[in-house]
Each structure stands twice: as C-alpha cells, then as structure tokens.
Design a protein around this ligand. Structure first.
Ligand code: NDP
Length: 443
C-alpha cells in the first residue's frame, strides 16, 4: 500500500527547496493515494506516481540579448516537459522575474491533469524565463523573444511540444517567438498556440480561460438549480484571465465589484459594466486612475480583494494569492463559491478552510482549463488547415467545461452530497494519464 507521508517525503528529498512543486504534488496525491490503494493497487509496482512526479525532460538555457542601450542582458530560459502519455507536451511560457524551476515544475505538473481533463490528446509541460517584460520596449521584447526561441526551437514541434502564453506572454510575444521559429525552421506550422487570428490563431483563444471559468461556475450553480443572475463577484487580477472572466460574469447577469493588480485592488460598489471594462483596458497597469472618472469606485493600495462581501470569489492573478486568513474572511462575509482562474492561487490552508465550510471550491486544473482547451482546438484547426468561427469554438469550449464538471461530479461527490471538486479533478485527470502510462510500458 502506498503511504502518503512516505511519498511526500520521497518527493521532497528528490526536489529540495522546491516548495511550489511540493505543494502541487501534495495537493494531488492526498486525493490520489487513497483512491489508488483501493482501486488500482497494481499502480504501486508500476511506480506510476513516482513517474508522474518526475519530469520526462527539463531544459535550462542561457538567453543573452541586447537592451536598447546596447548593454548585454543575461536571463535564464526553461522548458519542463512533464508528461507526454496522452499527447505532445502542452502548456504556457511565463516571463516574470520570480520564475524558477520550482514554479515551472508545479505549473507543468498541474498542466498534466488539467490537459487530461479537457479530453483532448495533449500532454503537459510549462516553460518560461526570469525575464521581466514590464517597462521593456517592443524592440527589447522582440530581441529577447528571438534569443529565447533560438535555443527553444530545437526542443519543440507541432507533434512534440506546443507552448502557449501565460503571465507576461501574450499575442505580441507569441508573434515574436513564432516569427523566429519560422525563420530558423523554414516551416509554417502550429508549433505555438495563442497566435493572432490572421496567422493561424483560433477565435476565442484570448477569451477562453476567463469565459471557460464562468461556464464552469455556471455549471456549479446549475447543479444546485440556481444561476448567476444578481450574484456578487470579487475577481483578482486585471490581466487576460481576470478581464474576460469579468466580461462573461457580467454577461451572465452577475455583479463584478473588484479587479486588482500587484499595486492594489479596485472596488466599484455599483459593479463594473462592459463600458467600464473597456475603459480599464486603456489604463494598462494604472487601474487606480479609474477612480478619477467613476465616483462609485475606490482604490485600495497594497490590498487584496478578499475583504469585500461577495457570493463568488474568482482568484485570477497568481499562485498563493489567497491564504487561510483571506479564506476565513470570505466565508465570514457569506461567500459560497470559489473558482480558480489562476493556477494554484489558493494556499493549502485556504483550501482546508473552504472544504471545512462546505464552500464550492473549483481548483484551477478544472476551472481554468478553458484556455488550454481552446489551445488544443487551435492545434486541431492548424493540423487540418482550417479556421473555425467564434461561435463554433465557443460552443466547443462550453461543452468541454461542462464535461469537466461532469468528471468532477463523478469522482468528487461525497456521501453527504457535497462535491469535492478538487478530489474529482485530481482523480479524473489521474485515471486518464495513468491508464495511458500503463499501456505504454515502463518508459
Ligand atoms: P496576465 O499577465 O495577463 O495578468 C496577470 C495579472 O495578475 C496582472 O493584472 C498582474 O498585475 C496580476 N498579478 C500578478 N502577480 C500578482 C501579485 N503577486 N499580486 C497581485 N496581482 C498580481 O496573466 P494571465 O491573466 O494570463 O494569467 C493569470 C493567471 O492565470 C496565472 O496564474 C496563469 O498561470 C493562469 N492561467 C492563465 C491562462 C491563460 O490563458 N492566460 C490559462 C490558465 C491559467 P501586475 O500587472 O501588476 O503584475
């Protein structure tokens, strides 16, 4: 029988000082080990879990580039190719100063389960660099991306590993990366997703994670015979995921009262509207300036959104942004549902608080899978040389999110009737990947 404590000790010993990776593995194996001991005891001898926790390949490389003052800058690039049992590695590239191997391994590990949940044939990976795009000129971003791809190109390919964007990597960066790949390989191929719609990208890709998150939340409320009409929503972040989550929440009749970024939280007691969101998009990172135009709003420097009273909380900024105290505050204020737009935004302590209070807690690997799902659809469109309409992609996105919700119900429903979405997502993703690994032998 596999023992949880022994397994966590084993992972900790092999990956010293990688706290985020250990946190992600622990969160998954807490659900999987009891399930596996009961249903698949043969997986212990096959060392399926040990193999899942070991990346198939990790590449680390130097990225040297010239800034606008002709000074040489040196960053570190990475690609973690975690698991390819069900398809080519797939997962975003993150450019942010705090990027390190522990963060990328946690993201790649989560990605394996998330991608399996989408039902699409995609394995899991993640990559990026400690490069900080903030304050850089377009030319600096381009030179960095070109240097980054000059090494990365040899490790990726449309049938091998298909990176996408993440924090700090949007359509502009994907464009520079794609241009360099094409130049080196002389090959126009679907090697990256998140491309512009007029050069191989999919409609709805920028919107997909935020929209998918709300489709998932709508499934949760549908399950309890309710809808989002009139529900109050707190969102953190003011980037890609947060923005489209807010847009879809408003479209579904909810009232969104916060957005945030690393400088603080913007609160609007009247709720944001489509017009207000359009205005925020013009402010860049200066979201505090919104208060000059809209008197119903206030800016709370250095504060998080979780102090405000809401029915639904959607953390959409970054990992570990919502801790145990934040979780308690949300519950005291009557919050009934937390769905993660970001990857692992809730700490282990916060998740314990949510489960104890029987709040619906939808983990990122289920709730934010819409982004990678539409990336998977972009790969399909590229491989058959077609571009589907927005309506078609949106319909497929919605169906995928509904399907993930069903998987969570199947594996996460407890005797009391409470749905443990985390357990459902962990087991649902695991079963698919583990069965493929078993079929493919000891590799
Ligand atoms: P963006 O870079 O577009 O936006 C990130 C937002 O989060 C920014 O507003 C940023 O503010 C804010 N933020 C970052 N760090 C902090 C912090 N420590 N405290 C408060 N706010 C912070 O990224 P995305 O929206 O694409 O990604 C957000 C999250 O969603 C990440 O966890 C990502 O991995 C996850 N995700 C993204 C997907 C996608 O399709 N884009 C798919 C699935 C998951 P500032 O500008 O001030 O730094």
């Amino acid at each position: 029988m596999l023992n949880l404590k022994n397994f966590i000790n084993y992972v900790e010993k092999r990956n010293p000082n990688e706290s985020e990776f250990l946190q992600a593995v622990t969160e998954v194996v807490e659900d999987i080990i009891p399930f596996l001991n009961e249903n698949y005891p043969e997986y212990e001898t096959l060392k399926i879990l040990e193999r899942l926790a070991e990346p198939e390949r990790v590449v680390s490389f130097r990225v040297a580039w010239l800034d606008d003052s002709n000074t040489v800058q040196v960053n570190r690039g990475y690609r973690v190719q975690m698991n390819s049992a069900i398809g080519p590695y797939k997962g975003g590239l993150r450019f942010a100063p705090d990027v390190n191997l522990s963060i990328l391994k946690f993201l790649a590990f989560e990605q394996v389960f998330k991608n399996a949940l989408t039902s699409l044939p995609i394995g899991g990976g993640k990559g990026g660099s400690d490069f900080d795009p903030k304050g850089k000129s377009d030319n600096e971003i381009m030179r960095f991306c070109q240097s980054f791809m000059t090494e990365l190109y040899r490790h990726i390919g449309a049938e091998t590993d298909v990176p996408a964007g993440d924090i700090g990597v949007g359509t502009r960066e994907i464009g520079f990366l794609f241009g360099q790949y094409k130049r080196i390989q002389n090959n126009f191929t679907g090697v990256l997703t998140g491309k512009g719609v007029n050069w191989g990208g999919s409609y709805i890709r920028p919107e997909a994670t935020g929209y998918g998150l709300l489709y998932f939340v709508a499934c949760i409320y549908d399950y309890i015979d309710q809808n989002l009409e009139g529900k109050t929503v707190c969102i953190s972040g003011a980037g890609n995921v947060a923005f489209y989550a807010a847009e879809k929440a408003i479209a579904l009749g909810a009232k969104v009262i916060t957005l945030s970024n690393s400088s603080g939280t913007l609160y609007d007691e009247d709720g944001f509207t489509h017009e207000k969101l359009t205005y925020i998009a013009t402010l860049g990172r200066n979201i505090d300036k919104f208060t000059e135009k809209y008197k119903s709003s206030s800016f709370h420097a250095g504060e998080k959104p979780w102090q405000f009273k809401c029915d639904i909380a959607l953390p959409c900024a970054t990992q570990n942004e919502l801790n145990g105290d934040d979780a308690k505050k949300l519950i005291e204020n009557g919050c009934k549902c937390v769905a993660e737009g970001a990857n692992m935004p809730s700490t282990a302590e916060a998740i314990t608080v949510f489960h104890a209070a029987k709040v619906f807690f939808a983990p990122g690997k289920a709730a934010n899978a819409g982004g990678v799902a539409v990336s998977g659809l972009e790969m399909s469109q590229n491989s058959i040389g077609q571009q589907w309409t927005s309506a078609k992609v949106d319909t497929r996105l919605k169906a995928i999110m509904e399907n993930i919700h069903k998987t969570c119900l199947r594996y996460g429903k407890e005797e009391s009737g409470y749905i443990n979405y985390l357990k459902g997502a962990n087991i649902g993703g695991f079963v698919k990947v583990a069965e493929a690994m078993k079929s493919q032998g000891i590799v």
